[in-house]
Design a binder for this molecule. Structure first.
Ligand code: ADP
Ligand code: MG
Length: 264
């Protein structure tokens, strides 16, 4: 291998780059100088106590919230702004929607469209964004439902499915836009315990196939199994991050140890 080729992985832009992000709600500081780099194909698990800013961080990455200070890039492209000479110019709503379509988001409460069939839930976004025509989108949706083990539920409505099945549909829907990264916000915490495993199995399958994932979860065993990197956040700051064997098994900070002792 030539030196040039060996260096390529460093040259490729980060899948997600969060740089010195600060976010306030009124006088309440929710993110306090967060830096985070997610490489393409990497699985990052974010852990932290309730109220520590995990959901806000994901929402900033997806441009559902705008940071007061700092910036975020996805695949090397700044989110929400464009360079204009040496000034930053805010993007139009339309350009923001186009950026957001390159980021998948899976919510705690599934957020499926209740009036659409499972198939149409998955097929809707590629049609709405003009990426595929209706027939192509439906074909893709069938393939994705097959991938999450729900090929036989295409004509059902969300209310006819279990929570675990609904969350698998939500994952298929996130995949339909072929996003560069998928963000998961506590994807199993609204599920009955016996339904958690089927959703984690689908996420594991994505992780193994090289999809870039950022997952907020309290499932420590799952994090140990699939994470390339675990990030512990508390009080809006990253307290420590590293491979699961370090952060989960030999945490350096008292706050991390304290948190792990409560969730394990
Ligand atoms: P986590 O996901 O780690 O539980 P969040 O990011 O949801 O934490 O919230 C972090 C803090 O920000 C909490 O104190 C929460 O109450 C506050 N917060 C979140 N969203 C809003 C909002 N829209 N307006 C005001 N405060 C908010
Ligand atoms: Mg949250």
């Amino acid at each position: 291998m030539t030196a040039e080729i060996a260096e390529l992985p460093q040259i490729a832009p980060a899948a997600v780059e969060v740089h010195d992000v600060h976010k306030w709600y009124g006088t309440h500081r929710v993110l306090d100088g967060v830096d985070l780099t997610v490489r393409p194909g990497e699985v990052t698990v974010i852990l932290g106590p309730s109220g520590s800013g995990k959901s806000t961080l994901l929402r900033v990455i997806n441009h559902l919230e705008k940071p007061e200070i700092g910036h975020v890039s996805v695949n090397g492209e700044p989110i929400g702004v464009r360079r204009h000479g040496d000034r930053l110019k805010e993007l139009s709503e339309r350009a923001i929607l186009a950026q957001r379509s390159r980021i998948g988001f899976v919510f705690q409460n599934f957020n499926l469209f209740p009036h659409l069939t499972v198939l149409d839930n998955v097929a809707a976004a590629p049609v709405a964004t003009g990426k595929l025509d209706k027939a192509q989108a439906r074909e893709l949706a069938h393939d994705l439902l097959d991938r999450v083990g729900l090929a036989d539920k295409a004509t059902a409505y969300p209310r006819q499915l279990s929570g675990g099945q609904q969350q698998r549909v939500a994952i298929a829907r996130a995949l339909a836009l072929r996003p560069g990264v998928i963000l998961f916000d506590e994807p199993t915490s609204a599920l009955d315990p016996e339904l958690v495993g089927e959703v984690l199995a689908v996420i594991k399958d994505l992780a193994r196939s090289g999809t870039t994932l950022v997952i907020v979860t309290h499932e420590i065993g799952f994090a140990r199994e699939i994470a390339d990197r675990v990030v512990f956040i508390d009080g809006g700051k990253i307290v420590e991050q590293g491979p699961p064997a370090e952060v989960l098994d030999r945490p350096r900070h008292e706050r991390t140890r304290d948190f792990l002792s409560k969730v394990l």
